[in-house]
Design a protein around this ligand. Structure first.
Ligand SMILES: [Zn+2]
Ligand SMILES: [Zn+2]
Length: 583
C-alpha cells in the first residue's frame, strides 16, 4: 500500500470516528456524507441542536476515547432490504442507498464499534492504527445536502488528519507561514493591487507598483520567446457569436462566457480564450510549408464568468491576463516546438527557485467524452504524441491527470513546489488537433496538397494574476532586485545630507534603477522601518561620512550590511545582479 492510500484510509477512518462523536453529542443526529479531503476529512450532519465551535473539543475527546478502545472496522456487502433496515432512521443515507441500488451498484456497510455506516470502504482495520494526537477538528461550516440550495442546510465539521503527530504539526506550521505570506495581505501591504466595490469582486486593479511587476514578468517571458521566432499579435476582446460556434466554445463553454448584446440585438461574447481569434490571423493568408511554423504571442486579458463565491484574491478572478501563445505547425514540427516551450518553462521557473518541476499528463475522461471537441481517433493521436514527447524528455514519473484535458486537446501541466512546501500548478503546454479542423487551418505541403496544421497552446506564467499570487507567497513579498517595484531606498540621516542623497538618487535613476528617496518629516527610525515594510532589496544610508568621501553605505534586505562603495562600484553591482536575475 502506498503512502497516499494509507493516508486516505486513516482520514476516512477519522470521518467515521467523527460521526460516532456526533452521535454521542446528539443521539438523533442525521448523517450526510463523510469524505476525505486534501488535508483531512469532513462529515455533514443535521443536528437537532447544532454544536458551536467550542463543542469541537468535546467531539475530539470522544473521538480519542473511541480510538483508545482499539475498535475493529469490518465491512460487508448488504442487500437493499438490509440497508433499508439498517438506515431506517437516516433519511440522507436512505436517499443514497436507493440511488446506488437503482444504479446497480454493490452496497457495502462498514461497522466500527457499534456504529454502522453506508460506505464504499478504504479504512484502517483497527483504530489502533490511527494516532489520537495526529488529528484535529478545525471548523464548522454550513453546506447544503448534495450542494443543492433547495436541500436542507447541514452542519459540516472539518478536520485535519495525518499519519503522525509530527506531520500534523508540520502541516499546521506551514499553514501559519502561509497565512503570514497570504498574497491578499501582502498585496495590500506592498501596494500592488486593489479591489473596488464599484468595479466588483474578482476584478483586481493594478497600482503603479503592481504594474511594474506585471510588465517586468511579461518582458522576461517575451525576451525568451522572441529569440525563438515568436511574433506579437493583437486582437479585440470581444467577438461575434459565430467565432465560438465554429470553435465549439459556444456549446461546450457556454456557462463561463460573458455574453454581450449589441444595440442591433446581435450576440457577442467577451473572449474566454484567445485561440479562436488567433486562428483567424493564421487563416487570413494562404500558407506554404515554408511558412511553418507560425508562432503568435499575445499577453492579453480573457474573461470567464465564475460564481462569485469562488472568487478569491488573485487566485480566482473574472478578468485573467494570459501570457498566451499559439504555435501553428506541421505534425513533424511538434517535437521541436514543444521542447522549445519546455526549455523556456524550465528557465523561467528556475529563476524563481522552482527547480524539478513535476509533470502531469492531462488527458480526456473517456467516460465523459461529450465534454470535449472532436473524435476519439483524434484524441488518441494527440495523447499518444504527448506521451512520446514526455518519454523523449526523460519523464517517467508523471501524474496521470484523467479528465484534466482542455476541451480541445490533452495537456502537459507543470507542477511546482513552493518555498513552504505547497504544490502549485503553473505552466501548461496543450496539443490541439481539433481547432485546426474546425477552422480548416491548412498549409500547402511539398506535394502541393493541403495539409491540416496542428496548434500548440502555451502560456508560460499561465495567468499573470495567479502567477503573482504564487510568487508573492513563495517569496514572502521579498522580490529579487530585478523584479522589485522599488529597488533601492536612499535615506539621508538629516537635512544636511539631502543634497548628496538627491545627487545619488539622480545618478541611479539615470541608469534606470527604481529609487525611492526617503526624505520626509518622519524620524530616521521610522523611515528605516518603512523601508523594511516595503521589502526594498537595498538601502543606502547617507550621513556626514558619505557626504565627505562621496561614497555610499549599502545595506541589503537579505544579507545585512555590505559596507561602503563608490557610485561606480554600486552601479556595477546592481547591473550584474539585475542582468543575472539573481535571487
Ligand atoms: Zn468509510
Ligand atoms: Zn489557446
Amino acid at each position: 500500500m502506498d503512502k497516499n492510500e494509507k493516508l486516505h484510509n486513516i482520514r476516512h477512518t477519522f470521518a467515521h470516528l467523527l460521526a460516532m462523536a456526533a452521535r454521542e453529542f446528539d443521539p438523533n443526529v442525521k448523517m450526510g456524507i463523510g469524505p476525505v479531503t486534501d488535508d483531512g476529512f469532513y462529515y455533514d450532519f443535521l443536528f437537532t441542536k447544532a454544536p458551536t465551535p467550542d463543542d469541537l473539543k468535546s467531539f475530539e475527546k470522544s473521538m480519542r476515547k473511541f480510538i483508545n478502545q482499539k475498535l475493529v472496522m469490518t465491512g460487508r456487502e448488504i442487500t437493499t432490504e438490509e440497508g433499508v433496515k439498517l438506515f431506517a432512521s437516516q433519511p440522507f443515507k436512505m436517499e443514497l442507498l436507493h440511488e446506488y441500488a437503482e444504479e446497480g451498484k454493490i452496497l457495502t456497510a462498514y461497522t466500527l464499534g457499534d456504529f454502522t455506516d453506508l460506505c464504499k470502504g478504504g479504512h484502517v482495520t483497527n483504530t489502533s492504527e490511527v494516532h489520537a494526537d495526529a488529528f484535529t477538528l478545525t471548523r464548522i461550516a454550513g453546506a447544503y445536502w448534495r450542494s443543492d440550495e433547495k436541500n436542507p442546510m447541514l452542519t459540516r465539521i472539518y478536520g485535519y488528519a495525518f499519519e503522525t503527530k509530527a506531520e500534523l504539526g508540520a502541516y499546521e506550521t506551514m499553514l501559519e507561514e502561509a497565512k503570514k505570506r497570504d498574497h491578499r495581505k501582502l498585496g495590500k501591504e506592498l501596494g500592488l493591487f486593489v479591489f473596488s466595490d464599484l468595479v466588483g469582486a474578482g476584478l483586481p486593479l493594478w497600482t503603479p507598483k503592481g504594474t511594474i511587476l506585471r510588465e517586468l514578468l511579461n518582458d522576461y517571458v517575451w525576451s525568451m520567446r522572441k529569440k525563438k521566432g515568436y511574433q506579437k499579435v493583437t486582437i479585440p476582446h470581444i467577438t461575434k457569436k459565430e467565432l465560438y460556434q465554429t470553435s465549439g466554445h459556444w456549446d461546450k463553454y457556454s456557462d463561463d462566457l460573458f455574453k454581450v448584446r449589441t444595440r442591433e440585438d446581435r450576440e457577442y461574447a467577451m473572449k474566454p480564450m484567445n485561440c479562436p481569434h488567433h486562428t483567424q490571423i493564421f487563416a487570413a493568408f494562404p500558407k506554404s510549408y515554408r511558412d511553418m511554423p507560425e508562432r503568435y504571442a499575445e499577453t492579453t486579458m480573457v474573461y470567464r464568468d465564475e460564481q462569485s463565491g469562488e472568487l478569491s484574491g488573485l487566485s480566482r478572478v473574472l478578468a485573467i491576463t494570459q501570457d498566451d501563445a499559439h504555435v501553428f505547425c506541421r505534425e513533424n514540427q511538434i517535437e521541436d516546438e514543444v521542447f522549445i516551450i519546455w526549455d523556456i518553462i524550465d528557465q523561467f521557473y528556475k529563476t524563481f527557485g522552482f527547480a524539478n518541476l513535476r509533470v502531469r499528463f492531462s488527458r480526456h475522461d473517456p467516460e465523459h467524452f461529450e465534454k470535449y471537441l472532436g473524435t476519439t481517433e483524434v484524441w488518441k493521436k494527440a495523447e499518444d504524441a504527448i506521451l512520446s514527447l514526455m518519454k523523449k524528455r526523460g519523464v517517467t514519473d508523471y501524474i496521470d491527470g484523467k479528465g484534466e484535458a482542455a476541451i480541445y486537446g490533452p495537456k502537459i501541466d507543470f507542477i511546482a513546489k513552493d518555498s513552504i512546501g505547497r504544490t502549485q500548478q503553473i505552466a501548461t503546454i496543450q496539443l490541439d488537433f481539433n481547432q485546426p479542423l474546425n477552422f480548416n487551418l491548412t498549409c500547402t505541403n511539398e506535394k502541393g496538397e493541403k495539409e491540416t496544421v496542428v496548434m500548440i497552446h502555451c502560456a508560460i506564467m499561465g495567468s499573470i494574476e495567479r502567477f503573482l499570487s504564487v510568487i508573492i507567497e513563495h517569496l514572502g513579498g521579498n522580490f529579487p532586485l530585478w523584479l522589485s517595484p522599488i529597488q533601492v531606498a536612499i535615506v539621508p540621516i538629516g537635512e544636511a545630507h539631502y543634497a548628496y542623497a538627491k545627487q545619488v538618487s539622480d545618478m541611479l535613476e539615470e541608469k534606470d534603477i527604481r529609487v525611492k528617496l526617503m526624505h520626509d518629516n518622519d524620524s530616521l527610525g521610522k523611515r528605516i522601518r518603512n523601508v523594511k515594510l516595503e521589502r526594498i532589496p537595498y538601502t543606502i544610508v547617507i550621513g556626514d561620512e558619505e557626504v565627505g568621501n562621496k561614497r555610499v553605505t549599502l545595506e541589503s534586505r537579505d544579507n545585512g550590511k555590505i559596507g561602503q562603495l563608490s557610485i561606480d562600484e554600486l552601479l556595477a553591482r546592481f547591473a550584474k545582479e539585475i542582468t543575472d536575475k539573481a535571487r
